[in-house]
Design a binder for this molecule. Structure first.
Ligand code: BGC
Length: 742
């Protein structure tokens, strides 16, 4: 007890917080941290580096005994995950504060990936909005709910670039492109972290999984990654660097090995880059058990060696591995690590506890009243509906089948996902519950008046071979004025450890769609899925296809909003949809090769049984209106290294509905000291246009935007010829040349 009082007085002595609040760079914090550290034993310091799971739904293999209460009392725990709700977090926090020698509060972390209780579309889907304000707002709301339920730290955003639709975790990220991925990473970090951590509703974000986890060989989760340093720096690292610029509080190392060394044990990739080159001052956590897994990878003989690798790599906190608790003292005694390394890790973690204000009020996030009031609050649901509508991508709309009229006499809703509430919220859906989901049938009922007869038939299951529901579905569809089929993947088909080798629409759903298509009626396929699917046959057979992703709590309302034209779709794909799985990896930003594809020319770079291009390219998405693009205007044809080029187009809404368009700008460096991609996204703007309205959209291009890792691995632009492209997706573009001169 004596020590708790001492600790309190130390903290208060340093609590001369300025009137604007204590922000993340409060200078007083270093003094406070040092004072607390001066009271700590080595064991207590090591305890701060230990993150263990509570009794919530666990998110990995628990290998250790789960008597965490005893471990907290012994000062062996610094933070916990999967402890949710204000009552539970308060109970556990009380143990840390009242029953340990120093009373240092715990940080509670949780995977708040796309909402806490109100669930938004899966992050890949949400990225299809290309609307950074909307994306930031989702993260903000998620933080408001999660902090009201006692959480201080989210293991998000997941910012792994991926070009492999087989990988289940592609659903959690922002897709294939480092530029878009970086912008989205920053929006999400800003949303979670808010302005000041000492405000009640802000939480620490965690940029994960550092690094190259999305390049797992064969798309199989946790698999090996082997790539050039150039590819790593150009494609996979930028979102992590961008997160730093948005002041992300923490990083998580990934499970995968990279070029022979698991990242969790790689000083070269972790400490040397994040801490030394980037001067990051937050803390770095391992992934679940990823320190111990270095034994299985075959790079450490035992826990001692695994701990040695991780600590020397700069990993500050051990998630559910207990390696640090068991081995750091031995490693220190044997001179493998220094006391300063342990102190540095502890300092980084305590700093965040101070920034969160936990020393002043360890219970400030445990507030039953706030929890009751804020979870699933009406404005949150409203945002969930808006963001879900905005995330939907219209992939095809022949003969303007969509939007359907609200005056239909009847509509048939067919398919296993129509009423499958729990699938709408996907995996990593935190405390989201199926019972709060508005499914498509409910959404249609909410939308349509009594004059429209809504009939439903499941048709078949998501997986499996059974077709005995086909007859009923076809019968109902035949008698309806229009058919909407809601098909795709279940929630448990994307996410962690949920890779697929066949990414077609599963089960017999495709056959059901083909039979519906033969009825020759207005037919809309609404796809729900957490990854790109390969759907060339469906694309061929069906007039209208709407990609709805796993749309979250308000999914059914949002689907109805788009299908019946209350929202004009504006989503654009953040990832290419392959034509066939054999094209993977397929992405818009590729190299030209020495023999680019030419039809009917034998020795060119192509498949003999299909196209090189994906079925739907990156950036693609239709609207119920149409947009025309003028030719590109340049402010000048040449710029030097001190100048900025303005490029502009006029975009006109040439249809008869108001709508939004994502105007995309790409560049190509025609000749470099290393070969450059045929296109790279360098800017985008989302604009709203009334029918007949035009807007001028301009972008600035500076030499910085033209920089890349040159032959000597210098990040700089090289003089020469460039092309700029502007248009509606990565394939349908206007172009113009310009020069960069020395
Ligand atoms: C995942 C992380 C997650 C962690 C904690 C791991 O299995 O890879 O993304 O944050 O579990 O739940």
């Amino acid at each position: 007890m004596k020590f708790i009082n001492l600790l309190l007085s130390v903290v208060l002595a340093f609590s001369f917080v300025n009137s604007q609040g204590q922000n993340r760079i409060d200078d007083n914090i270093s003094g406070k941290v040092d004072s607390v550290m001066s009271l700590m034993t080595l064991e207590e310091k090591i305890g701060q580096l230990n993150l263990i799971t509570g009794e919530g739904e666990v998110t990995g293999p628990v290998t250790m005994d789960r008597n965490y209460v005893q471990q907290i009392k012994e000062g062996n725990v610094g933070s916990m995950l999967n402890v949710n709700g204000s009552e539970y977090t308060r109970r556990i926090q009380k143990i840390a504060v009242e029953q340990t020698r120093l009373g240092i509060p715990l940080i509670f972390g949780y995977d708040v990936i796309h909402g806490y209780k109100t669930i938004f579309p899966v992050p890949l889907g949400e990225t299809a909005t290309w609307d950074l304000g909307t994306i930031e707002r989702s993260a903000r709301i998620a933080a408001v709910e999660a902090t009201a339920a006692g959480q201080h730290w989210t293991f998000a955003p997941m910012i792994d670039i991926s070009r492999d639709a087989r990988w289940g975790r592609i659903m959690e990220g922002a897709g294939e492109d480092p530029y878009l991925g970086s912008k989205v990473a920053q929006a999400r970090v800003r949303g979670f972290q808010g302005r000041y951590f000492n405000e009640k509703h802000t939480m620490l974000a965690c940029a994960k999984h550092y690094v190259a986890y999305g390049a797992a060989r064969g798309g199989r989760d946790y698999n090996t990654v082997d790539m050039s340093i150039r590819r790593l720096k150009e494609t996979f690292m930028p979102p992590f660097r961008a997160a730093l610029d948005a002041e992300v509080a923490t990083y998580m190392t990934s499970f995968n090995e990279l070029n022979g060394v698991p990242v969790t044990g790689s000083k070269r990739f972790v400490k040397d880059i994040i801490k030394d080159q980037w001067n990051f001052n937050g803390f770095i956590v391992s992934d679940w058990g990823s320190i111990a897994e270095m034994i299985v990878h075959g790079i450490a003989k035992d826990e001692y060696e695994a701990g040695n690798l991780a600590m020397n790599a700069g990993v500050d906190m051990d998630m559910e591995g207990r390696i640090y608790i068991r081995e750091l003292k031995n490693l220190l005694e044997e001179g493998k690590i220094s006391e300063e390394q342990i102190n540095d890790a502890v300092r980084r973690i305590l700093r965040k506890k101070f920034e969160l204000g936990l020393f002043e009020d360890p219970y400030k996030y445990c507030d039953e009243e706030r929890e009751e009031k804020l979870l699933l609050a009406e404005p949150h649901r409203k945002h969930a509906r808006n963001v879900a509508s905005e995330s939907m991508v219209l992939l095809k709309n022949e003969n303007e089948v969509l939007p359907l009229s609200k005056n239909l006499s009847s509509v048939a809703l067919i398919g296993p996902l129509v009423k499958a509430d729990k699938e709408y919220i996907g995996t990593w859906s935190a405390h989201g519950e199926a019972k709060h989901v508005i499914n498509s049938l409910e959404g249609f009922k909410n939308k349509l008046g009594e004059n429209t007869d809504i009939v439903y038939s499941k048709g078949c299951d998501i997986t499996g071979e059974k077709k005995d529901g086909f007859a009923d579905a076809l019968e109902k569809a035949r008698n309806a004025e229009a058919i909407v089929a809601v098909v795709g993947e279940s929630a448990m088909m994307s996410g962690e450890a949920l890779s697929r080798m066949d990414i077609d629409i599963p089960g017999v759903q495709k056959e059901l769609i083909m039979e519906l298509a033969e009825l020759d009626k207005p037919l809309v396929v609404v796809l729900m899925n957490g990854r790109p699917l390969t759907i060339p046959e469906v694309d061929e057979a069906v007039p209208a296809i709407l990609e709805a992703w796993l749309p979250g709590t308000e999914g059914g309302n949002a689907i109805a909003d788009v299908v019946f034209g209350d929202y004009n779709p504006s989503g654009k794909l953040p990832v290419s949809f392959p034509y066939a799985v054999g094209q993977i990896p397929v992405n818009y930003e590729h190299k030209n090769t020495g023999r680019p594809r030419q039809e009917d020319v034998r020795y060119t770079s192509k498949y003999i049984d299909g196209p090189n291009q994906p079925l739907y390219p990156f950036g693609y998405g239709l609207s119920y209106t149409t947009f025309s693009y003028s030719d590109i205007r340049l402010s000048q044809e040449k710029i030097d290294f001190d100048e900025t080029l303005q490029v502009g187009v006029t975009v006109e809404n040439t249809g008869d509905r108001a709508g939004e368009e994502v105007v995309q700008m790409y560049i190509r460096d025609m000749v470099g000291s290393v070969t450059r991609p045929v296109k790279e996204l360098k800017g985008f703007r989302k604009i709203f246009l009334q029918p007949g309205e035009e807007k001028e959209v301009t972008f600035d291009i500076s030499p910085d935007d033209l920089a890349f890792y040159t032959k000597d691995m210098q990040y700089e632009a090289e003089p020469g010829n460039f092309k700029v492209f502007i248009g509606t997706n990565s394939q349908d573009l206007k172009e113009k040349g310009f020069k960069l001169v020395k």
